[in-house]
Design a binder for this molecule. Structure first.
Ligand SMILES: [Zn+2]
Ligand SMILES: [Zn+2]
Length: 229
């Protein structure tokens, strides 16, 4: 059985699946192609399945095999935080609440961290640094869909043009263990809302395109959830 260099302490709250896989690639000096050859699931002809929605759900990855190599259940970690961020939207599929194009915060990504918040359609700024999000490579201008995890031979945190999306500022792997504080108070209130507010939002219906057009959809939903009846 193949053992990979990995420490579960490198995973941070609200870290995306993509981010964790980039860390595995980086720490073990393997490319995306190596990774899917090792852990990708195959069809009956032995061909690799498409890494469909690779950024959000690890679909197309053999979880048992990966678990044996790193002794960590990655999907449990991210599903927990994904649920904390979007679990109250029971009437819409989670994927519709996440941007299809890869978006990132330069400050976060320079430390090897990409957050589920960066993909959340109701946020345009990083809740940790309050800086606007980027969605294209500074070198090739490419934008990337999260629908497919490509099989190209790129290393951890690199764009398919083989430049880093953001030049890494971490010096050792222990730098990956971060203590990020949510500075956006609205987002902080969103992920710590009480059960009453959660259930109230959960049992109602909102039209997502209308929410997107609002100035502060999370504020609107929190007000709705906390309204005294
Ligand atoms: Zn950030
Ligand atoms: Zn590029």
């Amino acid at each position: 059985m193949l053992k990979l260099t990995w420490d579960p302490a490198w995973m941070n709250p609200f870290e995306s699946h993509w981010s964790i896989i980039e860390k595995i690639k980086y720490a073990n000096a393997i490319t995306s192609l190596d990774f899917v050859r090792l852990y990708g699931t195959r069809n009956f002809k032995g061909k690799l399945r498409n890494q469909h929605k690779g950024l959000f759900h690890f679909i197309g990855i053999d979880h048992n095999l990966l678990f044996e190599s790193i002794s960590t259940d990655l999907s449990r970690h991210t599903e927990y935080y994904l649920n904390k961020m979007t679990g109250m939207f029971s009437w819409v599929k989670t994927d519709r609440l996440l941007r299809k194009e890869f978006s990132f915060c330069d400050d976060c990504l320079s430390m090897g961290y990409h957050s589920l918040f960066h993909q959340f359609i109701f946020l345009n700024k990083c809740p940790f640094h309050l800086s606007p999000l980027s969605n294209s490579c500074k070198y090739c201008g490419g934008m990337f869909s999260c629908d497919k995890h490509n099989h190209k031979s790129k290393n951890g945190f690199q764009c398919s043009c083989s430049n880093y999306f953001v030049e890494p500022k971490f010096n050792t792997w222990s730098d990956w263990q971060m203590n990020l504080t949510i500075k956006n108070t609205l987002v902080e209130r969103w992920v710590t809302m009480d059960l009453n507010a959660y259930n109230r939002i959960n049992k109602s219906f909102f039209y997502v395109p209308a929410l997107i057009n609002m100035d502060a959809p999370l504020q609107f939903l929190l007000d709705f959830g906390n309204k005294r009846s």
